[in-house]
Design a protein around this ligand. Structure first.
Ligand code: ATP
Length: 269
């Protein structure tokens, strides 16, 4: 059941080059995480260089947190284990504690590995919540125990990357276990232009496309919004061609002519 949530590094399909902007976050991740994951023995000589075992990525939705976690795993040659509340509720209903134990045990068996906890607030939110279910409490405790076990083994090549849009809803105990917190913010205009260039890097574009103008018109857009904008724009010429064909077909029908064949090689730019 758990193996379905594991992606080997060669199949993840996201590298740092696929992520536009966010230079500071990418550099910090490379420095802090990738080397310790690849060469843990270099980092366990003293207390100050202990390898980092947990990082929190926080920021608005759609800003690239999942992509960053995947890129870390790809570039460190680590297996990516995506754990989520939806997986627990759909496949492990009522067995959250077992799931967590299995995740950590598997992560260590197939190390190096990155355990990505998306929406960590929904899984490890504040513990004082009075309506909290007993099973949920047990699962959280299991998570903490396993995580602590991981943190005390310096050469263990397992990293927990957690992501949230709501850092203030996190349990204090979770925050303490994530000493490094990186903000993944909405892009400004210059960074929106960079993201657009990355998203459109492999597309056949019109020669006069003005990235800066689009970036200036998209204040408040996340990377995900920019991706959606590009997808919508790419579909527009297809719609136009189909609309034109429909009109031509209707005109031919009205005049009693056979409908024209579908155009095969239209320039959709
Ligand atoms: P959420 O908080 O909603 O889980 P997230 O921060 O994890 O969102 P991602 O899932 O990483 O965001 O991004 C969603 C999609 O948006 C990506 O698959 C990608 O297409 C696009 N995207 C977001 N940020 C970037 C970026 N910096 N560069 C290129 N594409 C991006």
């Amino acid at each position: 059941r758990l193996l379905a949530d594991v992606i080997p590094p060669t199949d993840i399909g996201v590298t740092f080059d696929d992520i536009g902007a966010l230079e500071h976050v990418k550099d910090t991740l490379k420095e802090l995480v990738m080397l310790p994951l690849q060469r843990p023995e270099l980092f366990c000589k003293g207390q100050l260089t202990k390898p980092c075992k947990g990082i929190l990525l926080f920021g608005p939705p759609g800003t690239g947190k999942t992509m960053l976690a995947k890129a870390v795993a790809t570039e460190a040659g680590a297996n990516f284990i995506n754990i989520s509340m939806s997986s627990i509720t759909s496949k492990w209903f009522g067995e959250g504690e077992k799931y967590v134990k299995a995740v950590f045990s598997l992560a260590s068996k197939i190390a190096p590995s990155v355990v990505f906890v998306d929406e960590v607030d929904s899984m490890l939110g504040r513990r004082e919540n009075p309506g909290e279910h007993e099973a949920m409490r047990k699962m959280k405790n299991e998570f903490m125990v396993n995580w602590d076990g991981l943190r005390t083994k310096d050469t263990e090549r397992v990293l927990v990357l957690a992501a949230t849009n709501r850092p203030f809803d996190l349990d204090e105990a979770v925050i303490r276990r994530l000493p490094r917190r990186l903000m993944v913010n909405l892009p400004d205009s210059a960074n929106r232009a960079k993201i657009l260039k990355v998203i459109l890097a492999k597309e056949d574009l019109a020669p006069d496309i003005d990235f800066d103008a689009i970036a200036n018109m998209t204040d408040g857009y996340s990377g995900s919004d920019l991706k959606n904008l590009c997808v919508t724009a790419a579909h527009r010429p297809i719609k136009e061609i189909l609309g034109k064909e429909k009109m031509e077909g209707a005109a031919a029908l009205a005049e009693g002519r056979p409908a024209p064949a579908l155009s095969g090689s239209a320039d959709i730019r």
